[in-house]
Design a protein. Structure first.
Lengths: 343, 343
DNA sequence: TTGTAGGATGGAATTGATTCCATCTGCCTG
DNA sequence: CAGGCAGATGGAATCAATTCCATCCTACAA
């Protein structure tokens, strides 16, 4: 009979080759306490020769930890979440852990499916950007801590790290008001999203506090729907003098539409967006935005998770990080208080 | 003695509660062949009541598959790789697998470290964007197939999916030449990167074939070094009439510098970049770029991997996907063949 | 009525590492 | 020189699943 092809060597193979017991090999792998230097060398030689790598599956079967955390986000390609993923991956690496990546497309069903898959993987912990329909029930037998990223978990306290959406929207709106804008249109995307809601609230409250008219926010998805919807605000009696866009893709589209319609920024309409983007400062004019410390937010989330893992205690703390209003000129800065412009 | 707190129920717990053997529970979990519907129902009830989820670690200890693939990229936050990661994650999900994410920052040492970690995880396969110093030795006892993404593995045949870098650079340069450019500066980043080299070659060959002077390519890292280095090419006897930027970040910086120096695009200097970016069409003027089908490239890589997993055969095939030159006007299109401009 | 095919089921080995516990060997101390 | 102590080591149980194999039972055909 042909000798069995052992594709991957196991600990026992190392033990036999080195002429020692399994326990000794295990000791060598794990730092080598109470192992003579001679044995140590022999075992390491055998490990080298066989090309042995301990099987993590077997390890985590016995030990408690899998050294793996999960990361569930709506979209991996999204700039916010890929930046966050990079930061989280880095923190995980520093803690000797790996990251299992999963995407939901904001679908609660997909989210649930991914959570259940990760439960089977016995991950040590999870970082989750919950969908608005997230259901606490899926964690009933999870057995690991969860930290929320960018959004709180709906209807349930949970450790969370996010940016100050309300404050950011407030700052952006105040900036517009300070520069003389009186009729500000808030353009949003999905109104079910927590971040959208918080930003809209911050905007509304500020407009109201300034005694300005509160315009219903405009919800659009793509360029074309935005263009169609925005048209009536560009001229005539409904004409606005500023746009506060609560989301990146919309800011960019608003900019395109204004340019296309030959409406000058900020002279005719001021524009401020939420979330910074690569070329915001290279546009004509450069666009003011609320910048979120994305990597910091993600790092905080990851640190909260690993802290929970190390202490065994979960603190339902919400860490809200300050955002920064970046002045670039698209709101009429530097030209003194804005005067009412002729229509 | 207090009853032991069983944090997570195991298969045996389900078996006991349902009053059946372990093997039966296993059968139920795995599709339920040869299980009476009565037993089936009882087991499922027990599973439900206990909130049981099979332990993937134990599963993959016995079975061959971990249902996990690795993805190692230089940077997770990078637009190219996060888009690729999203596509790969999606293909993996369709195959019932999860993705373990790791980053190298283009450091061979880090790359090696991540590979070894993934070997311990007994991943089924790996998708890797190898660093230029990648060492085939680290896979000696890996025991899983590897597919390269975006770059071939240095000095070793390996299944690979990437864009046609040479062809893309050729198309971009030909476009410039067609539009009358005669002195084209190629701006690059890291000259060790395979993609950079291929693009530079494509550019050089095309310039030479057109009988134009071959300018030494300019290697820069950030905005300031680019500005300093570029200055001498903007005026005087070294003056160029076109820039071919082989990398996104550099394209953007070149655009900024030209604008800042009041050099009109494309009248004074034409500009074409490699890799499309979100606002390329919103700049003044919109910028021509070579667009890579990023998601397709990644999908192909993932599909090659899963095919290897299913058939057990690894084909060392290199899949080169066509890239697309996007005309936007930054190269003087539509104004007919370019004439020599007065200096 | 009986033989048997085949579905249903459980027992027990297996997988790879960890870890408790027992044993053994030197060497130091009284 | 004896008692011990500490370090070194191996045996075997354990973790949670899968799976081979044996057994049992029932229904159907001869």
């Amino acid at each position: 009979m042909a000798p069995k092809v052992r594709s991957v060597p196991a600990l026992m193979d190392v033990a036999r080759r080195a002429g020692v017991g399994a326990a000794t090999v295990s000791r060598v792998i794990n730092g080598g306490q109470n192992v003579s230097s001679k044995t140590m060398a022999a075992v390491q030689k055998a490990i080298e020769e066989l090309g042995y790598h301990p099987n993590q599956a077997a390890r985590s079967l016995k030990g408690a930890r899998t050294k793996t955390i999960g990361l569930i986000v709506p979209s991996v390609a999204d700039h916010f979440f890929s930046t966050a993923a990079a930061a989280i991956q880095e923190v995980a690496r520093a803690h000797g852990s790996l990251v299992l990546l999963a995407a939901t497309d904001n679908l609660p069903a997909r989210e649930r499916e991914q959570v259940l898959t990760l439960i089977q993987r016995r991950i040590d912990g999870l970082i989750l950007a919950p969908s608005d329909g997230a259901d606490i029930g899926m964690f009933k037998h999870a057995g690991f801590p969860v930290v929320c990223l960018d959004r709180p978990f709906p209807h349930h306290p949970m450790p969370t790290a996010l940016g100050d959406n309300y404050g950011g929207a407030k700052a952006a709106t105040e900036h517009l008001v300070r520069n003389g804008c009186r009729r500000i249109l808030c353009m949003g995307g999905d109104r079910k999203l927590f971040t959208s809601q918080a930003r809209v609230r911050g905007h509304h409250d500020t407009v109201q506090a300034a005694g300005l008219p509160v315009l219903a926010e405009l919800h659009v998805q793509d360029y074309f729907s935005a263009e169609a919807a925005l048209r009536r605000y560009l001229h005539g009696k409904d004409r606005i003098d500023a746009i506060f866009s609560i989301k990146n893709a919309i800011t960019v589209n608003a900019y395109r539409i204004l340019r296309q319609s030959n409406i000058s920024i900020p002279q005719s309409i001021a524009l401020v967006g939420y979330d910074d983007f690569e070329l915001a400062d290279a546009l004509e004019p450069p666009i003011c935005v609320v910048r979120q410390p994305v990597a910091d937010i993600a790092r905080r989330a990851a640190e909260m998770l690993f802290q929970a893992l190390e202490t065994g205690k979960v603190k339902n703390r919400t860490v809200t990080l300050d955002v920064e209003l970046v002045h670039r000129g698209s709101c009429g800065e530097g030209s003194g208080p804005r005067k009412a412009r002729p229509r």
